[in-house]
Design a protein around this ligand. Structure first.
Ligand code: BMA
Length: 329
């Protein structure tokens, strides 16, 4: 390994497949994709844009389940190997002492971030039936405690950093509108206590054609000796609608609103049938990655066509060396 991972732990049982010999891409897909089918629990219409972390001797996660009434719900799930998942058939019921936000209206696109030994969940949360960033924590993926919404509506794609930076928690976020948002830049907001957010800074906006409509942060940023490795999605508007691809950037370690490298091209775009055909065609939407500190291997979980969950693989060395050669900055 050339790139050093900081504060990541070893995951000897990381779900992994070697790169096929005939593959020249930086990211390669799991041969058995989709790793989670649309109907692995009875209530589900679709299971996609979901977040997983190492937990005990395996893995746990928070999953976006759109049910057959088409409510958008969050479900906890567990896995021994990262490939085979058991989702709770009942959605998460957040415990909440704050009367004004206690009513769960809808929740989608969760992320899970471990900070100081506790798992924090962010998601797009319906408040006054408008999207903003919900925030909760759990220690065991069985009881979940909801905190204040981080921001006013309208906001989506809230992604925490796994440690405080210069004394503050940091969250990437993407101000939006109440619909399918035809714009979107990534900002960062800072908080001393996970309740009050400020010191908002612009990080980056759409630039290259593959991401020319809007962009949004994906999995928890990965700390490396070269900077924070951020995997993010970008959206192109075609004559047939939105196309969601994803790629990578490197953010400054101490001032993560400063972009040090940023890909010119996507790393993965909707090309397989399960990415191109589904409830919303042509969507690849990453929400989580597992990173093995010993090998630099990265397993990325991504939603496919708003219907199923896919898994793909890369390494920190591969992505960052590729970024060095393919950066627009
Ligand atoms: C975004 C979010 C995602 C979804 C994507 C494509 O606005 O709603 O959950 O995957 O649109 O439909």
């Amino acid at each position: 390994m050339d790139i050093k991972l900081i504060n990541e732990t070893a995951i000897p049982n990381l779900p992994w497949e070697e790169k096929p010999q005939d593959c020249s891409d930086i990211i390669w897909r799991y041969s058995q994709n989709p790793v989670i089918p649309r109907n692995s629990i009875p209530c589900a219409n679709s299971i996609f844009n979901s977040a997983v972390v190492p937990f005990q001797d395996g893995f746990a996660g928070v999953f976006r389940v759109d049910d057959r009434a088409r409510n958008m719900r969050l479900h906890a799930g567990f896995s021994k190997d990262g490939f085979h998942w058991e989702l709770n058939p009942e959605p998460i019921r957040f415990q909440n002492d704050i009367e004004e936000i206690a009513e769960f209206q809808y929740g989608y696109d969760p992320r899970v971030c471990k900070i100081d030994g506790r798992y924090f969940i962010t998601w797009c949360n319906g408040y006054d039936h408008k999207p903003t960033i919900g925030l909760a924590y759990t220690d065991d993926f069985r009881s979940f405690y909801q905190l204040e919404n981080a921001f006013l509506p309208f906001n989506r794609n809230g992604v925490l950093f796994p440690r405080k930076i210069n004394g503050n928690y940091m969250m990437l976020n993407r101000p939006s509108d109440g619909g399918h948002t035809p714009f979107g830049d990534i900002y960062i907001s800072q908080s001393p206590d996970l309740t009050y957010w400020g010191k908002h800074r612009y990080v980056m906006g759409p630039s290259m054609p593959w991401e020319s409509t809007k962009i949004g942060a994906g999995p928890t940023p990965i700390e490396t000796d070269r900077g924070w490795l951020l995997i993010y999605h970008g959206v192109l508007t075609s004559c047939n609608g939105f196309v969601y691809s994803f790629s990578a950037a490197l953010l400054d370690l101490d001032e993560p609103w400063k972009v040090r490298k940023r890909a010119r091209e996507y790393l993965l775009s909707p090309q397989m049938p399960y990415e191109c055909v589904g409830d919303v065609p042509n969507v690849t939407f990453p929400c989580a990655s597992l990173v093995d500190a010993d090998t630099g291997r990265i397993a990325i979980y991504y939603g496919c066509a708003d219907t199923v969950t896919g898994l793909c693989f890369t390494t920190a060395d591969d992505v960052i060396h590729w970024l060095d050669a393919h950066s627009q900055i």
